[in-house]
Write a protein that binds this ligand. Structure first.
Ligand code: 13P
Ligand code: SF4
Length: 388
């Protein structure tokens, strides 16, 4: 095998959809069991139809870890492919069909910022600080958390991980300084403030026990007193797709038709999650609507491709629509398209690997600690799906 990183050659642009489909099918059958194609729920239909297995980011990393395949083509975004590389055996080659398929939220916490924030917070804080990173983060940030006695979490297990991180601390229901100063353990939650806030609030921690650390402000924009008082220090990061959902949209849908149930991803703002009937990972959303009775109506606060898929699957049986009136598209997920998929499969068939995702051994070892801790905390690693 040769390994290199060229860019997509021009010939692929002119291929018609039918031809792309035929050629992908042919490559898949040629590569057989040597190949595993994983597809995240946000992938476009034209890609997901070729996925051997689909899931949320947690389920996909588990599936990757269990594979006997030689090549994992990850139809998702960069941090997911990195997690797969960390969790698979060394000999497994993980490929991301388009290397520019990143995650803007993961990019909001770079490792230099995290190290600076850690030094700052450690100087100004006398409790045990536990770093927890959402899986939507770089391998370097995961490695940092692993090496500092922290852990990784996903949207399907954030509560379990936070309960571990804050073990012994009780949200008393009191707000403000007194609650926080009694705390001996506190969390630096990276990089999604919303998942951190929604999860901790769901566990009973009041909003006043949380403070937002802004990495571009000196001292995170927090006074010493605010740092001391907070139990949850939430990194100022967010998902640009999920921030498009608003509490007003929930009100509008309910006013127009009270039969709608609202289900959202916990990357949405706290005000949206509070108004929704349910919140959980993409796998949780999918399973909930799959299991719902015929005739039910659902307004869904997550990426448009998953919502459209559910709407089509249940057309005439259940009503499924996007919570927002505008398209909420993850543009980076969308970069994975049939052209790129065919290209990486063509190259594999010719004995060449393009767009391999490789995490260096030192980073891998640290990130593995954070990921393994998460897996230990949720028991046998089964995708335990729970609302935030
Ligand atoms: P899930 O873990 O629910 O798949 O979410 C990943 C993600 O990026 C959502 O924006
Ligand atoms: Fe990242 Fe948001 Fe896209 Fe998920 S939907 S991959 S969090 S940008």
């Amino acid at each position: 095998m040769m390994f290199y990183q060229p860019s997509l050659s021009r010939g692929y642009d002119s291929l018609a959809p039918g031809e792309l489909r035929e050629r992908i099918r042919a490559r898949k059958s040629l590569l057989g069991k040597r190949l595993l194609i994983l597809g995240h729920h946000y992938q476009q239909e034209e890609v997901i139809e070729f996925a051997d297995l689909t899931g949320d980011s947690f389920k996909l990393s588990q599936l990757a870890a269990d594979t006997d395949a030689e090549f994992v083509v990850f139809c998702g975004v960069h941090f997911m492919a990195e997690s797969a590389d960390i969790l698979t055996d060394e000999h497994v080659v993980v490929i991301l069909p388009d290397l520019t398929a990143g995650c803007s939220m993961a990019d909001m916490a770079n490792i230099d910022q995290v190290e600076d924030a850690w030094d700052d917070l450690s100087r100004r804080n006398d409790a045990t600080l536990v770093p927890i990173t959402y899986v939507n983060s770089s391998a370097a940030v995961k490695a940092f958390c692993g090496r500092h006695d922290g852990a990784c979490c996903t949207s399907s297990n954030a509560r379990t991980v936070l309960e571990w991180a804050l073990a012994g601390e009780q949200p008393s229901g009191q707000t403000g300084r007194r609650t926080a100063r009694l705390a001996r353990r506190k969390v630096l939650f990276l990089p999604d403030q919303h998942l951190g806030r929604n999860t901790a609030y769901g566990m009973g921690w009041p909003l006043e026990s949380m403070a937002v650390y802004d990495p571009v402000e000196p001292g995170g924009g927090l006074s010493n007193e605010a740092v001391q008082d907070a139990t949850m220090l939430l990194w100022k990061g967010h998902c640009s797709v999920h921030q498009l959902f608003t509490a007003a949209q929930v009100d509008e849908i309910r006013a127009a038709d009270p039969e709608y149930k609202v289900i959202v991803h916990p990357e949405c703002d706290w005000s949206v999650v509070q108004k929704a009937d349910m919140a959980g990972s993409t796998e949780y959303i999918l399973k909930t609507i799959d299991a719902a009775e015929d005739g039910t109506k659902w307004a869904v606060g997550t990426e448009v491709h998953l919502v459209q898929r559910l709407a089509e699957r249940y057309a005439g049986v259940k009503t499924v629509r996007l919570l927002a009136g505008i398209q909420c598209l993850c543009t980076t997920m969308y970069r994975i398209d049939p052209k790129h998929l065919l290209w990486v499969l063509d190259e594999l068939a010719e004995g060449r690997v393009v767009n391999q995702i490789t995490v260096d051994s030192e980073t891998r070892a640290g990130a593995r600690i954070a990921l393994d801790r998460m897996l230990e905390l949720i028991g046998d690693g089964a995708a335990k799906t729970s609302p935030a």
